[in-house]
Structures are given as C-alpha cells and as structure tokens.
Design a protein around this ligand. Structure first.
Ligand SMILES: Cc1cc2nc3c(=O)[nH]c(=O)nc-3n(C[C@H](O)[C@H](O)[C@H](O)COP(=O)(O)OP(=O)(O)OC[C@H]3O[C@@H](n4cnc5c(N)ncnc54)[C@H](O)[C@@H]3O)c2cc1C
Length: 501
C-alpha cells in the first residue's frame, strides 16, 4: 500500500491540468493512467493504421441502450483524448451558461456566468498556445487577444471565406492549438482530427502540460501508466475517500491519499463512482442526488463534404475556418482534410465507390449542434463493472435544419455537391455531463469548484462537470474550469485547510 497526498485518476486534459496546478503546492502527487504513452512512430500519420485499423483505439466494448455491444472509439493513453483531438479551442458563448429553451428541450444552467470563466479561458489558451483573431465573430463573448495570430487560410479557403462574406455571413479564423507559423513545428502532415501528432505540434495535454512537467522531474510528481483504478473506498462515516483499488501492470494494489481527483473522462469517471457503491453510498459514490451517470451529452455531429466536380482541393491544412452565424442551431467548422481511406467503410455507396474522386475535391466540415441533458441518456455499470451507455438523440431537428443551412450557403459559395455522414448516438468524442456541477446538492453531484457535495475529499475535474454542452467543442472549457477548480483547491491546501468548501 503506497500513500500520496493527492491522487489524480486519469492523465488526460483534466488530470494533467489538475496535476500542473497542484504540483506547485509541494504535496506528493500521483497521477494514475490506465493506458501507456502513444509512441512517436510513422504509424501516427498512417491513415490505414489510424482510421481503418483503429491502431490507437481502446479494444473495450460497451453495451448500448438496446443491449447491443459496440466499440466506443475511446482513447486510453497518456494525454487522454487530446492526443487525438482536432485542436479546435473555442470558448462557450455567453448564452451557453444560462438555462435556455433549445429546440425541443431545455439546457441546464451553470452555477456562474461567462465572466467568471473568462480569465481562466485566457490561461487555458496560453497553456495550449491557441491561434485566433478577436473581433470577427458576431457571437464572440468579451475577451482579450489570442496568444498567437490566426492560421492563414490556404487559397481555396480564402476564396470560400470571401464568397461566404459576400452572402452577409461572418467566416471566422478557427481558434486552434497547433504550432504553426514562423518556426512552428507543424509540417501539415496529418488531418489532426483523430491522429496523434508525430512532431508534437498539437497543443494536447501531454505535449503542453504533462510532458514539460515530467521533463523537469519534479520530485513530488509521480505518474503510473498501465494502471487501472477499479474502485474507491470510503471511511466508516462515508464522508472521506481513503483509498483507491488499482490494477497496476496486472497486479491488484491499493493507494491511500488525503485528496482524490477523478479525471477519467465523462464516461469513465461516472463508471468509477458507480463501481464504488458501498453500504454508505448504495447507488454509487457521491450519488445522493441520483445524478451520477445521467445527462450524458456528446453533440449532434455530422461530417459534411462539399465539392465542385470541376475543382480539386489541394489544401494541406484545412482547419482554419468556422461559421457561427447560425449559432442557435449550432456551428459548422472546417475539419481535417478527409482522405479516401476514411470513406471506404461508409454506408453511402456513392461515397464509397467514388471516394478518391470525392476526397480529392471536397472541402470538409464538422456540423455541430448542442446535445441536451436528459436523465435517461446515461452511463450505468453492470455487476462485472462493464459500461452501458443508453442514449437517445436530443435537439435533432435543429441539427437537420443546420445541415440544410450549411448545404445551402456552401452551394451558393460554389460547392454545389454535398455528402453528409451523421455520426449518430454512438459517437462519444465530445462526451460530457455525467457528473454535473451546480449549487443544489439535490440536482447536481459537484459544487461549483468540482468537489462532490457528498464526500469532502473527492473531486471530479474533467468533462463530466458540464451541466450543458453548448454547440462548440468542449476541450477549452474543460481546461478553463479545471484550472479554476484546481487553483481553488491549491489555495486551501496551501493555507493548511484540508478541504476546499
Ligand atoms: C477524435 C477526437 C477529436 C476531438 N476533437 C476536439 C477538438 O478539436 N476540440 C475540442 O475542444 N475537443 C475535441 N475533442 C474532445 C476533447 O479531447 C475532450 O473534451 C477532452 O480530452 C476531455 O478531457 P477529459 O479530461 O474529460 O478526458 P480525457 O482527456 O479523455 O482523459 C481521460 C483519461 O482518463 C484515463 N482513464 C479512464 N478511466 C480510467 C481509470 N479507471 N483508471 C485510470 N485512468 C483512467 C483515460 O485513459 C484518459 O487518459 C476530441 C475528442 C476526440 C476523441
């Protein structure tokens, strides 16, 4: 049995950021990661290896709401999902923090407004080295300058931006955490989305947060890889976590600590709390509200390929443009350039058969709409600890309307042919919401500083805390709130106060 002052479960975006802030307390910190480092190897950018053979995906199978087994495309490795994220780093809009009617449903309000998170967004953008330009976006909340200038559009996108502007729209330079321009490391060798970066040019949690700390060899920071946290135990009163049961390189062990921070990602954090049910917490740890695992969200997401048969798209780095003019319905933003191999398994026979022709010409987008919190969209675990994810679509009409809008403005901008590929309800890339925060312990699991209402030394610092998902990518918001919550915990630990309420 080993003891640390602070144990952090998960080395993804939330876990790495919590470790960075808390390392400065001088307390001993253990980060536990179930996966290993992603090797820098030529396969990082091999489309067949990554997108067809799924070389880096977890082999785990989950069960959906109909009892069917599926492969969730989860990523278990140092740096978590950010090793594979697209680097798009957008802030939520001011209205996203309020409870609002959206399409057929309603969002759940945040315990604070945008202005509370704004300074933490500034810090998050500096940490990930985000490029962007202030003042182009009609929905942009008040903000400071970006740390780095925007990535310039390559010719086809510059022309597209002009044609969209001519329609009265506001094409924006996509805020993105990729080291390009000047002496930047990026050589535009992969689409980013779904691919680890061979040159460490992507602003992911390992490259920008954890690795720099590990290189400094801080005496108080320890990382265990290939170590799965199976459950957490509490003391007799049930108000404090005492230890974590782990399986480390195949061996069962226990670790004790004064503070536990769960940062396993929205599905796995909820699953860990549910697996940790005991006589004091019969429906799961910190679950007196009954909300643990509920309100799973992950955006309505569709890939849209727009093309003119007469023109090839020779763009090397496509992730430079986004449109927020239809924000009530969602956004559509350029994604990494689609390669023919990525289209070979598609249901649409035209996409499959003509994949080379299409991929050589298409300009490729993510069309993204808000997913709404619903109590029955939820993570549960069975007796064997296996993950079940039940999910029904929400806000889908708005998403279809947004796809129609996107097609229409792209057609008028000279891209008359569109293919759409809806990601569907098994897509978990933007997972969030399963351990939501709020001020009322009856309707939320965490307080506004990401401490559980029920257990005084237990925190959840990852995408689980989201009460609503907005219609922009989640990572920057995960990071901003984690920095805010971890600084709060640090202040209390430094002042000698054992817990952060
Ligand atoms: C393909 C892809 C593209 C994306 N693109 C974007 C984008 O462009 N912009 C954006 O904003 N967001 C994007 N995202 C989402 C973004 O990556 C996540 O929002 C973010 O990483 C969430 O951080 P997290 O800390 O909640 O989880 P993660 O970063 O996933 O970290 C969770 C960590 O916990 C570990 N873990 C899980 N269970 C256990 C356990 N029981 N014991 C020990 N360790 C455990 C996991 O292995 C993982 O390392 C993308 C995601 C994917 C998958």
């Amino acid at each position: 049995m080993e003891h640390f002052d602070i144990v952090i479960i998960g080395s993804g975006l939330g876990g790495s950021a919590a470790a960075k802030v808390l390392q400065e307390t001088g307390r001993s910190i253990l980060v536990i990661e179930r996966g290993d480092f992603i090797k820098q190897e030529k396969e990082n950018w091999d489309v067949n290896e990554v997108a067809v053979k799924h070389r880096y995906d977890s082999t785990e199978k989950w069960i959906d709401g109909q009892g069917q087994e599926f492969s969730p495309r989860a990523y278990y490795n140092v740096g978590g999902s950010t090793k594979f994220y697209g680097g798009t780093t957008l802030r939520f809009r001011e209205s996203d923090f309020q409870s609002r009617a959206v399409g057929e449903g309603r969002t759940f309000g945040w315990p604070f407004g945008y202005s509370e998170l704004a300074p933490w967004y500034d810090k998050a953008e500096k940490l990930l080295e985000v490029h962007g330009r202030v003042g182009e976006d009609p929905t942009e909340p008040p903000r400071t300058e970006f740390p780095y200038p925007p990535l310039e559009h390559e010719p086809i996108l510059a022309e597209l931006a002009g044609k969209l502007s001519a329609q009265g729209l506001h094409p924006i330079h996509l805020p993105i955490a990729v080291d390009q321009g000047g002496k930047g490391k990026c050589i535009k060798g992969s689409p980013c989305d779904g691919f680890p970066c061979l040159y460490r040019a992507k602003g992911d949690a390992e490259n920008r947060i954890l690795r720099p700390m590990l290189l400094k060899k801080h005496a108080n920071l320890t990382l265990w890889t290939n170590t799965f946290v199976d459950r957490l135990d509490t003391d007799e009163s049930g108000t404090k976590v005492t230890s974590a049961h782990v399986v480390r390189e195949g061996r069962a062990e226990q670790v004790t600590a004064g503070v536990f921070i769960v940062a396993a990602g929205a599905v796995n954090s909820a699953a860990l709390l549910l697996r940790s049910a005991d006589s004091k917490h019969p429906t799961g740890l910190a679950n007196s509200s009954g909300q643990v695992g509920r309100n799973f969200m992950s955006h309505n997401n569709t890939v849209l390929l727009a093309l003119s048969p007469l023109r090839k798209n020779t763009t090397k780095f496509q992730k430079t443009l986004t449109i927020h003019d239809f924000y009530g319905l969602g956004t559509f933003q350029c994604r990494g350039k689609v390669q023919p191999e990525m289209l070979q398994s598609k249901n649409d026979p035209v996409l499959r058969v003509f994949r080379k022709f299409i991929a050589a010409r298409s300009v490729d987008f993510w069309v993204m709409s808000e997913d709404l919190p619903h109590p029955e969209n939820r993570v549960t675990v069975d007796e064997s600890g296996r993950i079940h994810l039940a999910r029904k679509p929400t806000n889908h009409k708005a998403h279809l309307q947004l796809i129609r809008k996107a097609r229409s403005v792209l057609r008028r901008a000279g891209l008359p042919i569109c293919f759409v590929d809806e990601r569907g309800i098994r897509a978990i890339q933007h997972q969030c919401g399963t351990v939501r925060f709020g001020t009322d312990p009856k309707t939320s699991v965490l307080d506004p500083w990401c401490r559980t209402h029920d257990v005084e030394n237990l925190y959840v610092m990852d995408a689980s805390f989201f009460p609503s998902s907005a219609a922009v990518n989640p990572a920057l918001t995960v990071l901003a709130q984690t920095l805010r919550a971890a600084e709060h915990l640090k202040a209390h630990l430094t002042a000698g106060v054992p817990s952060a309420k």
